[in-house]
Design a protein around this ligand. Structure first.
Ligand code: ZN
Length: 243
């Protein structure tokens, strides 16, 4: 059996700040790649804080799904200085029947074990979930998620299910989570950053520039007040203040 601990933190990544990304493998358009790059700028603005003097690049964890998920976030990382991308491929050929012998302080101690029916099968259908759980266990400061269909549509269309699962897991783990979303993939409707949980709401509303942006949008909108309460414009959130 391969060692599950392929996800363990290499020494050069210890203590570094990380952002986890999860995107639908159907996110293929240039608009989506551009939104990814903007989301990274917004994430940096959100995470930058005067009390942290960290000159090292932020780590951008992604699942390396091999499709456009990776393409979007890789392009975004390449287009946005200050990031170092880290790929966490799912171990589709590895079943985990016994708990690996993790160190007591290892952040990846909790592993979902395979059921007995996996014995003798070539592909582990739990590998993607296990990979996502491992990335969440790395304690990212933020999850940026880019689904291409809504949560309600995901099961019936068979798209973005892994992305929404990742959102749910991150929220359960108390990790701030922003959903980069446009209902038409940015073709006519600009992308916005959405959140659904209190941790993320607090993070946004305690950050001085995003609080200002959020308050301005909430005050200016009546028809969209419910929308404005839980989201901000991606383009506006990604404007870096030049001082
Ligand atoms: Zn398995």
């Amino acid at each position: 059996m391969s060692d599950y601990r392929i996800y363990s933190i290499p020494p050069q990544h210890a203590g570094r700040r990380r952002v986890l990304t999860s995107g639908c493998r159907h996110a293929t358009s240039e608009a989506q790649a551009a939104a990814g790059a903007q989301a990274l700028i917004a994430a940096r603005i959100l995470l930058d804080d005067d009390t942290v003097s960290d000159s090292q690049p932020l780590l951008l964890d992604h699942g390396g799904a091999g499709g456009a998920d990776t393409a979007v976030w890789k392009a975004a990382g390449d287009a946005t200085p200050g990031w170092e991308t880290v790929c966490h491929p799912a171990q589709w050929g590895t079943h985990i029947f016994t708990m690996p012998n993790f160190a007591a302080d290892d952040p990846e101690q909790r592993v979902s074990l395979c059921p007995p029916r996996h014995v003798g099968t070539d592909v582990c259908v739990m590998a993607g979930h296990r990979r996502n759980a491992a990335m969440i266990a790395l304690a990212p400061k933020l999850l940026l998620a880019m689904p291409t269909v809504s949560r309600n549509q995901a099961p019936q269309l068979g798209r973005s299910k892994g992305t929404w699962d990742c959102v749910d897991s991150a929220v359960r783990a108390g990790i701030p989570t922003l959903i980069v979303w446009s209902p038409d993939g940015g073709q006519r409707t600009p992308f916005r950053l959405f959140w659904s949980d209190d941790t993320t709401a607090r993070m946004v509303t305690t950050h001085w520039s995003l609080r200002f942006l959020h308050a301005r949008e909430s005050a200016g909108s009546t028809a969209n007040s419910r929308l404005a309460a839980h989201s901000i414009s991606l383009a506006d959130a990604a404007v870096e203040v030049p001082f």
